[in-house]
Design a protein. Structure first.
Length: 369
């Protein structure tokens, strides 16, 4: 009798273990039984200067089904029949994007010009968020059919700007300096700044942040706000972005608001003006003004028709000359490009050289004294 009881107990353990294995192992449907999402009706979109910030483009679709109660990631695409562009991702069955950001995707992703009307279609893909049995690539995304045709009227985007604040300007948010888009509608912002050493809090380094406005109450982005940073950018104990003291070119990419990117490229320790006026010898150095967000030399005597350039650390490893185009935003300003030819002084006179490096391209202004 005891032997029978022991045998029955052993069988019960084996059966329980087998049942536990069946329950614990997810059993996904075969791919021919997947339920694909169905994208909803898309309406016409008109984008202009009045609505690009406040109005939204909304996509919605039915839920996909892989046969398990698992998290699903959806990706929305648009196409003009020739090329396609990714709009964004969502883990719900809808997506909202500002008309301004949507305009940028149509312009850049599909190569459509500003102030044009184009017929588009949309579709959504679905994939398992995470992994099944440790394999993140076991199942390929499934896709909806194309949506109805809908028209999109683009517009010529205006240059936008963000702000940079930090130890270099005493952390005064109301006096944060501008950093402008590299090109209108790109959502990539570039500028060059002098990050001075914070000897008390971060010796050898300088803390800073990126702001959406000249206020701490709106977008206020420290280290943890960015999904990706270049290797030179670190975090302070209180979450600020930190760089070694010096002159740095900053780039902020907001094309994916959920995955913001900030990069920094080291320039050097000094910027100098050089040219025929000093025999292409000792530089006239620029000083950065965080109040005006420009670089300035002391007054220099220049002769009309002679050449000048800007260079880094009194050497020629990095320098800027003229693109041959005058600035449309700075009166009598010379647009600059790295490694280009000499800038020609217009007339004899005493000038303060003013470098505007919060924009692309940089601009050199000669201010007569």
């Amino acid at each position: 009798m005891k032997l029978i009881n022991k045998f029955m107990l052993l069988m019960a353990v084996v059966l329980f273990a087998a049942c536990s294995t069946d329950v614990d192992t997810p059993q996904i449907n075969s791919s021919d039984k997947f339920v694909t999402p169905i994208i909803g009706q898309c309406t016409d979109v008109i984008i202009n200067a009045d609505n690009n910030k406040d109005e939204m483009v909304v996509f919605s679709w039915t839920a996909a089904d892989f046969g398990l109660p698992i998290e699903i990631q959806y990706t929305i695409y648009i196409t003009n029949g020739i090329s396609q562009a990714k709009v964004s991702t969502s883990k719900t069955t809808s997506l909202s994007i500002s008309k301004g950001d949507f305009n940028n995707i149509v312009l850049k992703g599909l190569g459509i010009g500003p102030n044009e009307t184009v017929s588009l279609q949309a579709f959504v893909t679905a994939e398992i968020a995470g992994s099944i049995d440790g394999d993140t690539n076991a199942y390929t995304p499934i896709s909806s059919a194309l949506s109805n045709n809908f028209s999109v009227t683009t517009y010529k985007a205006q240059l936008k700007n963000l702000y940079v604040v930090g130890f270099f300007n005493s952390w005064a948010a109301d006096k944060a300096v501008e950093i402008w888009e590299a090109s209108a509608g790109t959502n990539i912002y570039e500028g060059m700044y002098n990050f001075i050493e914070d000897e008390t809090n971060t010796p050898g380094y300088s803390g800073w942040k990126v702001l959406d406005d000249r206020s701490w109450d709106k977008g206020n982005w420290g280290f943890d706000a960015f999904a990706s940073t270049s290797k030179d950018i670190t975090s302070s104990s209180d979450g600020n972005l930190v760089l070694p003291a010096g002159i740095w070119q900053i780039s902020v990419d907001l094309n994916n608001k959920a995955n913001k990117i900030v990069n920094a490229k080291k320039v050097g320790a000094t910027l100098g003006l050089i040219g025929d006026f000093n025999g292409w010898g000792a530089d006239a150095f620029f000083t950065y003004s965080a109040t005006e967000n420009v670089w300035k030399t002391e007054p220099v005597q220049l002769t009309g028709g002679t050449g000048i350039k800007i260079r880094v650390d009194s050497a020629w490893s990095m320098d800027w000359g003229t693109t041959g185009t005058m600035s449309s935003t700075i009166d009598n300003g010379f647009e600059l490009g790295q490694g280009l030819g000499n800038i020609t002084v217009p007339t004899d006179g005493t000038y303060i050289a003013v470098l505007h490096s919060d924009r692309t391209p940089y601009v050199l202004e000669l201010v007569a004294q």
